[in-house]
Design a protein around this ligand. Structure first.
Ligand code: FES
Length: 401
């Protein structure tokens, strides 16, 4: 499956596995960005739903590294998915003893918290390798009903996961629905696509979602950095024009179908009349924002949509899309009814599927950018800066990052 695919890019080939044309895939303008083609290390990533991790180990690829996830006594653990004996995936193994996982080939048995070789079943209690060998372990946390794994740059201690999550998800109760899907295409293209102003107007013009959630015919005015985030600040611009030799077009036909109060002007050109108090308190300077390591946030008046673009390898990513509503009590039932009855199919299905398609077929550079692509270049700049900061904080680790 795509989930299990190892890194496939090889020198002389493009990231999409085709023979590289001369001069293609030239990323020298964005060296750090390209250095992270298989994902930025030094971050937490959501991998799968917590309920999917049980006592039977399962394989995942994250930032090009094969990991096995397993649950023991309620705690999830992540280990390098390769037995040091003969290279068999530990995810093919099982649990013979509590707190361990055993390789299916010769029964080498590893302690889950430390990864140390705890017993070699086929060599008896006197095996001299016991306690001396081991497999790499990865820090694991569980948030938003998902298992998150930290991929280190070197051997550093991870930062607290809550410092990386959007603040509103840490400090307020909420309910959520979502989808996790393995997808083709590089994770960076997924970031660029999610934050791309132009695609929202054109690619999604046929999405049924817009019948229920019309979007303004906005134009981007500037990018606002705020903390770890960059925000797309827009204003609505309506126009009708004759394109010489082409024809007549009005951008009103794209989105504008309801009065302004129903549009999503949070922190932007005005306020909708019924904004959730938690969302209103955040004062997002715009509708769409993006942060490292590839988290898109779309702030609607009554809920927030997040997309985590999780790097699998250079040619694949994992799409984690969640819709969050900051309600409690009986209101949560209304949210679940809406999510399961409509949002899951219209937004996390058709709308998001259009994105998946485009991310998979994008093949740049080389590229010729146009005005709305300032959203894209702002994201690349943010990535370059943060990556450089991380490297500075971890001297001597550049080659691993
Ligand atoms: Fe794992 Fe032999 S390959 S125990």
């Amino acid at each position: 499956t795509v989930e299990d695919a190892p890194g496939t890019a090889t020198p002389g080939r493009s990231r999409r596995g085709k023979a590289a044309e001369p001069g293609r895939q030239d990323w020298k303008s964005w060296p750090h960005y390209d250095g992270a083609a298989a994902g930025f290390r030094g971050y937490w990533y959501p991998v799968t739903w917590s309920s999917h991790i049980t006592g039977k180990p399962q394989p995942f690829t994250l930032c090009g590294e094969r990991i096995a996830l397993i649950r023991d006594a309620g705690t999830a653990y992540a280990l390098h998915d390769r037995c040091p004996h003969r290279g068999v995936p530990l995810s093919e193994g099982d649990q013979q003893f509590p707190g361990t996982v055993s390789c299916p080939y010769h029964g080498w048995t590893f302690d889950l918290p430390t990864g140390k070789l705890a017993a070699v079943i086929t060599d008896g209690p006197g095996c001299r390798l016991t306690g001396k060998l081991g497999v790499r372990t990865y820090p694991v946390e569980e948030r938003l009903g998902m298992v998150w794994v930290y991929v280190p740059v070197a051997d550093e201690e991870p930062h607290p996961i809550d410092s990386q999550l959007p603040e509103e998800l840490v400090s307020h109760p909420f309910v959520m629905g979502g989808r996790i899907e393995p997808r083709g295409g590089n994770w960076r293209f997924a970031c660029e696509n999610g934050f791309d102003e132009g695609h929202a107007k054109y690619l999604h013009r046929t999405a049924l979602w817009r019948l229920f959630k019309p979007m303004p015919t906005w134009n981007i005015t500037r990018i606002v950095p705020k903390g770890r985030w960059i925000f797309r600040v827009q204003e609505e611009v309506h126009w009708e024009a004759d394109f010489p030799g082409v024809g007549h077009w009005s951008n009103k036909r794209w989105w504008k179908t309801r009065p302004p109060k129903e549009t999503f002007n949070i922190g932007n050109t005005g306020k909708a009349d019924r904004i959730d108090p938690v969302i209103e308190a955040q004062e997002f300077p715009g509708f769409a924002s993006l942060s490292m390591p590839g988290v898109l946030r779309i702030a609607y008046p009554k809920f927030i949509h997040y997309e985590f673009y999780v790097p699998v390898d250079e040619d694949h990513h994992r799409y984690v899309g969640v819709m969050v509503n900051f309600t409690e009590g009986w209101e949560t039932l209304r949210f679940y009814a809406k999510y399961l009855g409509a949002v899951r199919w219209l937004f996390h299905g058709q709308f998001s599927g259009q994105d998946a398609w485009m991310v998979d077929v994008t093949d740049a550079p080389p590229e010729k950018l146009y005005r709305p692509d300032i959203s894209l270049t702002a994201w690349r700049n943010l990535s370059e800066e943060e990556y450089a900061k991380k490297l500075a904080a971890l001297p001597g680790t550049e080659e691993k990052a």
